[in-house]
Write a protein that binds this ligand. Structure first.
Ligand code: PMP
Ligand code: GLU
Length: 395
């Protein structure tokens, strides 16, 4: 049977592929240091796990409402009020199987053939492919470390056409960790309001910000911004719950209801047990979030300092997420161990083959000449990994 054209237009997630490769090598007994994984290395906090165990034991194991129980919707509503000063009604909230699924549903619910979606690059790997799967056209705005990987209002105005339907804002960003200030978001929001463009605000790294940075949602920055914004968030990163698969979206009722219709014909509700656990994550003690955040901040300081000491590598210090995105373009064209490295993809392959460290090439994120390292791994692993990188590049 022939595979559909839609599927042929996309590629498998490169981040998941590299993570799988690193894990497979480890299973073969090869001591790979994995900077590829985009998931916290911490365990899910015990209070959250206990609630899930109670849910199983008490028989909360049946279908529940497609868009989520009222209990989880209320927990999300309270979270959005408490942390973001945003007010939503239950009909404006939908819980899905991870923020990835929320994003997928948003594109399926809003994009018609040929609709354009503006995506700032470097972007998270799944955005363009999800837009393509929905029949849309990704319109990429390229940025570099020279502008801290941020788009400007002029960039946005220039990218807008009569077909522009939406823009994706991901702050703090995967892969760069770059984080927008309130006034920067406000200007972008005002342009979107003026041009009737939806904002898809992926806020999954909201809780992981450093140097006393104050996170703000674009939905709260400008008059009418909330009316045109779909906020996407989840429990994967802040609560170390990547495997539980709970994400959510908050936005205009008609879009949320369309997403719910899609979900009713695809996955139905997200896992009932995980929903209970997510209620505890969002409503219970937040002390573990803070201790994980502090640990990430230490690792960020360490990895940035070490990377900048390596010849021909320069690394900006990001304010958020758990990634660094060093510029390695000065290394390209050089020869190591008789092998000339011409692209970031070759560089990433070389690091895995020779130094046994897994990183993701910048090209996967629409940014050639960079690599992404996730510091969601212990300081000892970071030290060992960077030692190996240094030694390999000296040869
Ligand atoms: N958005 C971004 C920017 C991410 O890095 C991730 C993590 N893969 C997601 C969304 C999806 O997260 P999840 O599906 O685990 O909630
Ligand atoms: N967000 C993570 C990453 O970028 C997880 C992998 C994925 O879903 O792409 O590595």
């Amino acid at each position: 049977m022939r595979i559909s054209k839609r599927v042929q237009s996309i590629k498998p997630s490169p981040t998941l592929a590299i993570d799988a490769k690193a894990k497979a090598l480890k299973q073969q007994g090869i001591a790979v240091i994995n900077f590829g994984a985009g998931e916290p290395d911490f365990d899910t906090p015990k209070n959250i796990k206990d609630v899930a165990i109670d849910a199983i034991n008490s028989g909360f194991t049946k279908y529940c409402p497609v868009a989520g129980t009222l209990e989880i919707k209320n927990a999300i509503i309270n979270k959005l009020k408490r942390d973001n000063n945003l007010t939503y009604a239950p009909e404006e909230i939908i819980v899905s199987c991870g923020a990835k699924h929320s994003l997928y549903n948003i594109f399926q619910a809003t994009i018609n053939d040929g609709d354009e979606v503006i995506i700032p690059a470097p972007y998270w790997v799944s955005y363009p492919d999800m837009v393509l799967l929905a029949g849309g056209k990704p319109v990429i705005i390229k940025t570099s470390d020279k502008t801290n990987f941020k788009i400007t209002p002029e960039n946005v105005e220039k990218a807008i056409t009569s077909k522009t339907k939406a823009i994706i804002i991901n702050s703090p960003s995967n892969p760069t960790g770059c984080t927008y200030l309130a006034r920067e978001l406000k200007t972008i929001a005002q342009i979107c309001v003026k041009n009737n463009i939806f904002i898809i605000s992926d806020e999954i790294y909201e809780k992981l910000v450093y140097d006393n940075f104050k996170f703000i949602s674009i939905a709260e920055t400008a008059l009418e911004a909330k009316d045109i914004t779909i906020v996407v968030n989840g429990v994967s990163k802040a609560y170390a719950m990547t495997g539980w698969r709970i994400g959510y979206a908050a936005g205009p009722k008609n879009i949320v209801s369309a997403m719910s219709k899609i979900q009713s014909q695809s996955t139905s509700n997200a896992t009932s047990i995980s929903i209970k656990a997510a209620v505890e994550a969002l409503s219970g003690t937040q002390e573990y979030v803070e201790s994980m955040r502090k640990e990430f901040e230490k690792r960020r300081d360490y990895i940035v300092e070490r990377l900048n000491k390596i010849d021909n590598i320069s690394c900006a210090k990001p304010e958020g997420a758990f990634y660094v995105f060093p510029n390695i373009s000065a290394l390209l064209g050089k020869t190591f161990n008789c092998k000339t490295i011409n692209t970031d993809i070759e560089f990433a392959d070389y690091l895995l083959d020779v130094a046994k460290i897994a990183v993701v090439p910048g090209s996967a994120f629409g940014a050639e000449g960079y690599i992404r390292l996730s510091y969601a791994t212990s300081i000892e692993n970071i030290r060992e990994g960077i030692n190996r990188m240094e030694a390999t590049l000296k040869s």
